[in-house]
Each structure stands twice: as C-alpha cells, then as structure tokens.
Design a protein around this ligand. Structure first.
Ligand SMILES: C[S@@+](CC[C@H](N)C(=O)[O-])C[C@H]1O[C@@H](n2cnc3c(N)ncnc32)[C@H](O)[C@@H]1O
Length: 224
C-alpha cells in the first residue's frame, strides 16, 4: 500500500471513530473489535470512487459507511436478511443521502443493476448449493469488467481456520449475534473454480498476516 492510500485509510478510520462517538458504548465496542480482528478498511480501496455499490449482507452498515466515507460520490445500497440489523443501520447511518438499507434475502431476491458488489463475511453462513447461484446473480447485475469483491475466511492456515470456527460458533450458535445454523467455508481452490464458472476473472488477496483469522479476499471482474 502506498503512502496516499495509507493516509486515506487513516482518515476514513478517524471519520468512522468520530461518527460512532455519539453512539452507545456497545455500538462503539462492536466497531472497535471489528477493526481489530478484521481488515475491513483496506478493502475500501478496491472499489471505484463513483457509481452504485451493492453491499450484500451489510449487517449494521459499517462497511457501507466505510465505502461512503472513502468517497461520498459513491451511492451504496445495503441489504441484509436480519430486520433488526437493517433497522440499526438505518438508525446509525440512514440519514446520509447516498446510503440506503433494505431487508432482503440475497438467495431469493433480485439484485438491482449496479457498478460493483461487496459480499463480506456472509457466504460461509449460506448453504453450499446457493453459492454458485449467488455468484451468477452478482455477475448478472454487473456491467462488463464490473467489480465483485468477495471476502471470506480461508481453510488455511489450519490453526487460524480452527480458531475461526471456535469464534464463529460462539457468535452464531451461542450468542446468536449472526443469523445461521452451520458453516459453509470453502478452500481457495474450490472458490476459484466456482467464481470462474460464474463468469469471473479472479485475483486472490491474502489478508491474514497479522491476524488470528484466515482472512482472504477474492477480487473478481466480470469476464466479457
Ligand atoms: C458476519 S455478518 C457480516 C456483516 C457485514 N458484511 C460485515 O462484514 O460487517 C453476516 C451477515 O449476513 C447476513 N445474512 C445471512 N444470511 C443472509 C441472507 N440470506 N440474505 C441477506 N443477508 C444474510 C446476516 O444477517 C449478517 O448480518
């Protein structure tokens, strides 16, 4: 990452902190933990500075807000199955004109035509047989060369994978923080095959250095 990108990300981080300053301690704690354990911020730089971006499984809208703060010329549509998270997202950032949040099931519902799509830490909650279907829907809603950024957890290194399973079990099955009942992680090789089948040209970005979790991103462009 060059100096300009690094300064930009520091500025976004500061803006996020300022933004969350008026929120409850619980919301601030969630944001702080998320930044500590997940390289969300660096993903922002891959998105075009203008155009409409669909944030699939947006949760409470943190990444949508990062995208907006990175470039207010972006229009972001956040969708999530969890009504409570959508309500929270609206309450937190819904007053910003270029951000909108809607309850939607990304397996069943249609996607609007957009310039880029983010799918961040969602796929592992959805059954294997839905993955190709989702990738094809993403491909259909993008223009030629349009960007699809998929962030997941890899199945390697093994110890990070096992640590992640432990933590996800706590979040999904014990605390009930995220909707879902079991996990559907894929190896890098499997994921690349599927993305290729759905019509994407993909570059892998390993993000796990310095983290306890096997973070991985797939930078995909629609093939023409
Ligand atoms: C681990 S959270 C990630 C949230 C957000 N992308 C982030 O990185 O902060 C997974 C999200 O996927 C959502 N989700 C699960 N199944 C979904 C579905 N079928 N349609 C839309 N959202 C779904 C959950 O409600 C949850 O908010």
């Amino acid at each position: 990452m060059n100096q300009i990108d690094s300064d930009r990300l520091k500025k976004i981080e500061k803006d996020i902190r300022d933004f969350y300053r008026q929120q409850s301690w619980l919301v601030r704690l969630y944001q702080k933990i998320k930044f500590k354990i997940c390289p969300l911020l660096p993903l922002e730089s891959y998105f075009p500075p203008e155009g409409t971006i669909l944030d699939l499984g947006c949760g409470q809208g943190l990444f949508s807000l990062i995208l907006y703060l990175g470039s207010p010329k972006r229009k972001i549509i956040g969708v999530d199955l969890d009504e409570k998270k959508i309500e929270k997202a609206k309450e937190l950032v819904g007053s910003i004109q270029n951000l909108s949040f809607t309850r939607q099931d990304i397996i069943q519902d249609d996607y609007p035509a957009v310039d880029a799509v983010a799918l961040i830490d969602v796929l592992y909650l959805l059954p294997y047989e839905t993955h190709l279907h989702i990738f094809k829907k993403v491909n259909d809603c993008l223009p030629p060369h349009g960007l699809f950024l998929l962030k997941e957890m890899d199945t390697r290194p093994r110890w990070k994978y096992l640590w992640n399973i432990l933590q996800e079990t706590l979040a999904v099955k014990i605390i009930g923080f995220t909707l879902g009942s079991r996990f559907y992680f894929r190896s890098q090789k499997d994921m690349l095959l599927l993305l290729n089948q759905a019509g994407f040209q993909t570059k892998v970005i390993n993000l796990h250095q310095g983290y306890w979790y096997p973070h991985i991103a797939y930078l995909c462009h629609k093939k023409t």
